[in-house]
Design a protein around this ligand. Structure first.
Ligand SMILES: Cc1cc2nc3c(=O)[nH]c(=O)nc-3n(C[C@H](O)[C@H](O)[C@H](O)COP(=O)(O)OP(=O)(O)OC[C@H]3O[C@@H](n4cnc5c(N)ncnc54)[C@H](O)[C@@H]3O)c2cc1C
Length: 485
C-alpha cells in the first residue's frame, strides 16, 4: 500500500512528488508513467527528418516530464504579469479556472514564485526576458488597444528545448533518490468503492499481458493532454463529476524573425487577446518561438497536431506562434473534445496523415497551396514534412474568420504580420476541455482522488501545471498530518 500514487510524470505530477519530498521523507510514494525515463526519450524526427508516429505512445508528449520534455521551456512569470487591470494577474489559456476560484491572487503568486525558484534550483535560465523595454512595451500595448486587442505581458525565462531536457534529467535523478517511479506503465482504471478511491489498475505499455492492481491512500491524476481522452472516459464510467469547458482550435503561424524583431526583443512572447467581429469569440496568440521551429505532436496514436519550440543554440530565421480560437458547446451537443478530434481527424486525412501547411495569401485568395509554391515562398517552412494544402476545408468558417480577422488586427500593431507569404499550419488544438470538478484541495467528488495539471482542465502550460503540482504536494502533506493527529 502506497501513501501517494501519482499518475503521470509530466510537470504537474513531478512537482507533486518534489514538494512531498520537501515536506517529509517518511512516505511511500509511487509515480507512474506510461512513457519512458527521460534518458530514453528521443523524437525520431531528429534523425529521420519526419514524424514516424511512435507507438504505442508519442515520445514528444509521453515519458518523464510529459509534454514538457521537448517543450521550449518557456517559464511564464505570470506572478509578474500585467493585464492592464490593477492587482490582477494572467494565469494562462483558461486564466486560472478552478485555481482562481479557490485561491486568492496573492497566494497564487506565491506558489508560482516558489515553482519558478524550484526550476532555477535545477538549472533554469536565470535571465528574465521582457523586463527591460517598458516604454516600448507600453507603446505596443497602446497600439494593440487601437486595434481592439489587448496585449498581456509577463516576463519569460526561456530555457530552450535542449536545456529543458537536461533540466528534467536532473529532476528525474533527484526524484529517483527518494521515491519509486514505474516507467512504461499505463494506468487503465481507477478503483472506486462507495465513493472512495483505493487504487489503480495498470498494464505494461509494451506488453499488454502484464497487468497489476496497485493500492494507495491518495491517488493523484496528473495525466496531461495526452491522457485527457482517457480521463474523460474514466469520468463518464466512474461517476467522477466533470463538465465541458471551451476547446481551443486554430493554427500554428510562421513568419520571418525580421517582421517580429521588435516584439521578440522587447517581450520574447506577445500574448494578444481579442474578440474580433463578427463572432466576438475569444482569440489568443501564445507559445511564441523566436528563431524557432514548428513541430508536431501525436495524440492517441493518430491525431497529429502542430506545436512549436526553439532551441537555445540552434536557430532558424522564423518566429512561430499559436493562434487559437475558444469555442464553447453546451446544448444539445456538449462534447468539445469530440468536436476537436473530428476537426483534427478531417484535416489530418486531407494532409495524408500529416499537418497541412498553407500560405496566408493563398487562403485569402480562396485557393490551396501547392508544393512548388511553397518551394518558391519567401518564408521557408521549418517543418519540412507538412503537406501543402487548404486548411479551410476542415477548420470551420467561424474559426477561419476569427483567425483571419485577428491576423489582420495584429498587422496594425506589427506591420507584416499579415504578409501573404506567412505560413499557417493546422491543426493546432488544445485538448483540455474536459474540466474535472474539484474542490479547494483539488479533490474530485470521489474521496482521495485528486486531479491536477492540464489533463483535467485545471491549468494550461508548464508553470501553472507545475504550480498545481507544488500545491498538490502541500495539500496531501497537510492531509496526512491531519490523519496522524
Ligand atoms: C512541443 C511543446 C512545446 C511546449 N512549450 C511550452 C512552453 O514553452 N511553455 C509552456 O508553458 N508550455 C509549453 N508546452 C505545454 C506544456 O508542456 C504543458 O502545459 C505541460 O507539460 C502540462 O503538464 P501536465 O503535467 O499537466 O501534463 P503532461 O506534461 O502532458 O504530462 C502528463 C503525463 O501523463 C502521462 N500519462 C497520461 N495518461 C497516462 C496513463 N493513463 N497512465 C500513465 N501515464 C499517463 C503522459 O504520458 C505524460 O507524460 C509545450 C508543449 C509541447 C507539446
Amino acid at each position: 500500500m502506497y501513501d501517494v500514487i501519482i499518475v503521470g510524470a509530466g510537470p504537474s505530477g513531478v512537482m507533486t512528488a518534489y514538494e512531498l519530498i520537501q515536506k517529509r521523507r517518511d512516505l511511500k510514494i509511487l509515480l507512474i508513467e506510461q512513457g519512458h525515463s527521460i534518458k530514453k526519450r528521443f523524437c525520431p524526427r531528429e534523425k529521420m527528418g519526419k514524424c514516424i508516429n511512435c507507438k504505442p505512445v508519442c515520445n514528444i508528449t509521453a515519458g518523464f516530464s510529459g509534454a514538457g520534455a521537448f517543450s521550449d521551456g518557456k517559464l511564464n512569470s505570470y506572478h509578474l504579469s500585467n493585464t492592464g487591470v490593477p492587482g490582477d494577474i494572467y494565469l494562462g489559456g483558461n486564466d486560472g479556472g478552478y485555481y482562481r476560484k479557490y485561491y486568492d491572487i496573492e497566494s497564487i503568486k506565491d506558489v508560482i514564485k516558489y515553482t519558478d525558484e524550484v526550476y532555477l534550483k535545477f538549472g533554469a535560465e536565470p535571465k528574465l526576458e521582457g523586463t527591460e523595454y517598458q516604454k516600448e512595451i507600453s507603446e505596443l500595448q497602446d497600439k494593440a488597444v487601437e486595434a481592439d486587442l489587448s496585449l498581456v505581458t509577463f516576463p519569460i525565462r526561456h530555457i530552450g528545448t535542449e536545456k529543458t531536457h537536461e533540466l528534467f534529467t536532473r529532476i528525474e535523478d533527484y526524484l529517483l533518490e527518494h521515491i519509486e517511479i514505474k516507467f512504461d506503465t499505463e494506468v487503465t482504471d481507477v478503483e472506486i468503492k462507495e465513493g472512495i478511491c483505493s487504487g489503480i489498475s495498470v498494464v505494461n505499455t509494451y506488453d499488454k499481458t502484464k497487468t497489476e492492481q496497485i493500492y494507495g491512500k491518495h491517488i493523484v491524476l496528473a495525466v496531461g493532454r495526452e491522457g485527457a481522452h482517457w480521463l474523460f472516459g474514466v469520468c463518464q464510467n466512474k461517476g467522477i463529476n466533470s463538465s465541458s469547458g471551451p476547446i481551443d482550435i486554430g493554427i500554428r503561424y510562421e513568419l520571418p524573425d525580421s517582421v517580429m524583431k521588435d516584439v521578440n526583443k522587447y517581450l520574447y512572447e506577445a500574448k494578444f487577446i481579442g474578440r474580433v467581429a463578427p463572432f466576438k469569440d475569444k482569440v489568443r496568440t501564445f507559445c511564441q518561438n523566436p528563431s524557432g521551429f514548428v513541430s508536431t505532436e501525436v495524440y492517441d496514436n493518430k491525431i497529429v497536431l502542430a506545436n512549436g519550440h526553439s532551441y537555445k543554440n540552434k536557430k532558424s530565421e522564423n518566429t512561430n506562434l499559436a493562434i487559437l480560437v475558444s469555442h464553447n458547446f453546451k446544448t444539445p451537443f456538449d462534447r468539445p473534445l469530440d468536436y476537436g478530434r473530428n476537426v483534427a481527424e478531417n484535416l489530418n486525412q486531407l494532409g495524408n496523415g500529416k499537418l497541412v501547411v498553407q500560405r496566408l495569401g493563398d487562403l485569402l485568395n480562396g485557393k490551396r497551396t501547392w508544393d512548388h509554391e511553397l518551394k518558391n515562398n519567401s518564408v521557408v517552412p521549418t517543418l519540412t514534412d507538412a503537406t501543402a494544402g487548404d486548411i479551410s476545408f476542415a477548420l470551420g468558417y467561424r474559426t477561419m474568420t476569427d483567425i483571419i480577422n485577428t491576423i489582420k488586427a495584429i498587422d496594425k500593431v506589427i506591420p507584416g504580420f499579415a504578409n501573404p507569404d506567412n505560413l499557417m499550419y493546422g491543426p493546432e488544438i488544445k485538448f483540455y476541455s474536459n474540466v474535472v470538478e474539484i474542490n479547494h484541495d483539488f479533490e474530485t467528488n470521489v474521496k482521495n482522488l485528486y486531479c491536477i495539471g492540464d489533463g483535467g482542465g485545471l491549468t494550461t502550460g508548464l508553470i501553472m501545471a507545475s504550480a498545481s503540482g507544488i500545491q498538490m504536494g502541500r495539500i496531501i502533506d497537510s492531509k496526512i498530518k491531519g490523519e496522524l493527529c
